[in-house]
Design a protein around this ligand. Structure first.
Ligand code: OGA
Ligand code: MN
Length: 293
């Protein structure tokens, strides 16, 4: 198979042509892996996939992640637990009411994040496939955390070099005022400590690792840590680091959760929007030591 890559942004992202997603193979996965190391986001257009086909393609990249489903026990109308129903559609197939949990999930996806950054192993690739797209809005944006890190001044790079950040699955939900979780449930939710600056396995480049689950900086007061996280996020999501994908049904976008952030954009929740996400697991990392309290 000979793949062609057309860059979509000056730092990252490419459109790939010359492949058939319904014929996964170890060779194709290896070729995509090589391209992902460089581009971090790949766009494939015009390939409507069944749920079975999306699962088979994703599985050629390794074990799959359950993401938020691990903690939400959500019932799914899709055929596989490992397919996330990224839609505003209720269990019976109708457009969900404004008060439905699914709408909260949609809103939470509109904050910059890295999928499953709250667990170890975290997510490696997410693959989002468009089925029904509303007439207006509902694009998805991606931000390049390697280019954003490179663009920091040397003093800031030195200042943040050894910091550790706690990622907590409900942090973004709490920020949105979605707080109806029992104490037991909150205590059982995963949290993990990650270096704020990490090295990307496949390119050896340094990058920021932040986003909606980043809840505190280890060893710093809550306000000081949160302000630093918010300053870094503001820096890293400036337009020069962002690619916006306008969806067509049949698109598949693959992104590397290690070195990019993404967010959905607003759309009219009374208009149907249906995408399906499958996600592969990254490796398990050694657990860093917390700073002394
Ligand atoms: C996701 C996600 C954003 C969107 O599927 O992980 O964050 O635009 N989606 O739906
Ligand atoms: Mn996401």
């Amino acid at each position: 198979m000979s793949l062609q890559f057309t860059p979509l942004h000056r730092h990252f992202c490419a459109e790939v042509t010359g492949l058939d997603l319904t014929c996964p193979s170890a060779e194709l996965a290896a070729e995509i892996d090589r391209a992902m190391a460089d581009h971090a986001v790949l766009v494939v257009r015009g390939q409507p996939l069944t749920q079975d086909e999306q699962m088979a393609f994703t599985r050629s990249f390794g074990a799959l992640d359950l993401g938020f489903k691990k903690v939400s026990n959500a019932h799914t109308r899709l055929k596989y637990q490992e397919l996330a129903d990224i839609s505003n559609v209720a269990e019976d197939g109708s457009i969900a009411q404004r008060s439905h949990r699914r709408i909260v999930n949609n809103v939470a996806n509109q904050i910059w994040h890295s999928d499953s950054s709250f667990q170890n192993p975290p997510a490696r690739y997410s693959m989002l496939h468009a089925v029904v797209i509303p007439p207006k809005g509902g694009a998805t944006q991606f931000a390049d955390m390697r280019a954003a890190y490179d663009a920091l001044d040397a003093d800031t790079q030195a200042e943040i070099e050894d910091l550790l950040v706690e990622h907590f699955v409900l942090h973004s939900r709490f920020m949105l005022g979605d707080t109806e979780y029992s104490e037991d449930k909150v205590a059982a939710m995963p949290r993990v400590l990650w270096p704020l600056v990490r090295t990307h396995d496949d390119s050896g480049r340094r990058h920021l690792f932040i986003g909606a689950h980043a809840s505190r900086i280890d060893g710093m007061s809550l306000p000081e840590g949160r302000l630093l996280l918010s300053d870094l996020l503001e820096h890293a999501t400036q337009p020069q680091f962002v690619y916006e994908h306008t969806w067509e049904p049949g698109d598949l976008v693959i992104w590397d959760n290690r070195c990019t952030l993404h967010r959905g954009r607003r759309y009219d929740f009374s208009q149907r929007r249906e995408l399906r996400r499958s996600t592969t697991l990254d490796r398990t990392y050694p657990t860093p030591e917390r700073a002394a309290a």
